[in-house]
Design a protein. Structure first.
Length: 261
């Protein structure tokens, strides 16, 4: 709900939009407004935009960005096919590396601008901005004549940002997380979570040496859109949120927010 003077607008949580596996946790944290992004509910703000801004600059914030839906491209021709979708030269993208990549239309227009991760020789993840680039990729794949599969796996991005975010992730994953180069990845585990986490870290344009962006992708074996949604959302997915949001020291306070960049 957003308020302007004496008027207000209500956004109903209807079944026609997807909920993040962390949705209930964002409600518990006091989220006051949601937006629609990639057919999902995006937590908008919790307290006050100015307070959240300064907390991001001075402390650490946890963002539920599951709306950055993941497109997975696999198959023996996955590398060749993904290279067709973007203007980036993916021959220069090593396994384990990430790139900011524009997905291009046939007329030179931009379909999407995801963060691209090369997890294996012929396995890519695209963390999408707000457009149906997955459908576009499927259409290109159908007519490509290549051995390629385009899927939307059960992968849910979480961002940990701010000057003290490195302390939080170091407590969770050890000192190795500080050695990851800009736009590179590390696969690890968190407690009893059944699948691995892929963490992308690196300094931002301000030149800060601390971790400024960590996108933790949790790959699930079951879909939260299935009948077991409630069990999944209250199980291992919630453990990820809880683990990050409760990892704090006297000098590292946690403020859960998701003000969009």
């Amino acid at each position: 709900m957003t308020e302007f003077g004496n008027t207000s607008t209500t956004l109903y949580f209807g079944p026609w939009y997807r909920k993040s596996p962390f949705f209930e946790k964002t409600l518990e944290a006091g989220c006051k407004a949601y937006d629609i992004y990639n057919h999902m509910y995006l937590p908008g703000y919790y307290d006050d935009p100015v307070k959240e801004y300064w907390h991001l600059l001075e402390q650490v914030t946890l963002w539920d960005v599951s709306v950055e839906r993941i497109v997975e491209i696999t198959g023996s021709d996955a590398h060749r096919f993904t290279n067709m979708l973007t203007c980036r030269d993916l021959d220069k993208c090593a396994v384990g590396q990430g790139k900011y990549a524009l997905i291009m239309a046939e007329d030179g227009g931009i379909v999407n601008d995801p963060v691209l991760l090369r997890l294996e020789e012929n396995r890519y993840w695209l963390a999408l901005a707000d457009s149906d680039a997955g459908l576009y990729a499927r259409g290109v794949a159908v007519n490509s004549g290549l051995d390629v599969r385009v899927d939307e796996p059960d992968v849910y991005p979480v961002q940990v940002q701010g000057p003290k975010s490195k302390d939080v992730l170091r407590d969770l994953f050890g000192d190795g997380v500080l050695e990851i180069k800009y736009y590179w990845t590390m696969q690890t585990r968190l407690d009893d979570i059944p699948e691995g986490l892929v963490t992308v870290v690196g300094p931002n344009g301000e030149g800060k040496t601390n971790l400024l962006e960590g996108i933790a992708f949790l790959f699930m074996l079951e879909s939260p859109r299935a009948s077991s949604c409630r069990r999944i959302c209250r199980g291992p997915m919630m453990n990820v949120w809880t683990a990050v949001s409760t990892t704090a020291t006297p000098t590292t306070s946690i403020f859960v927010e998701n003000t969009w960049k």
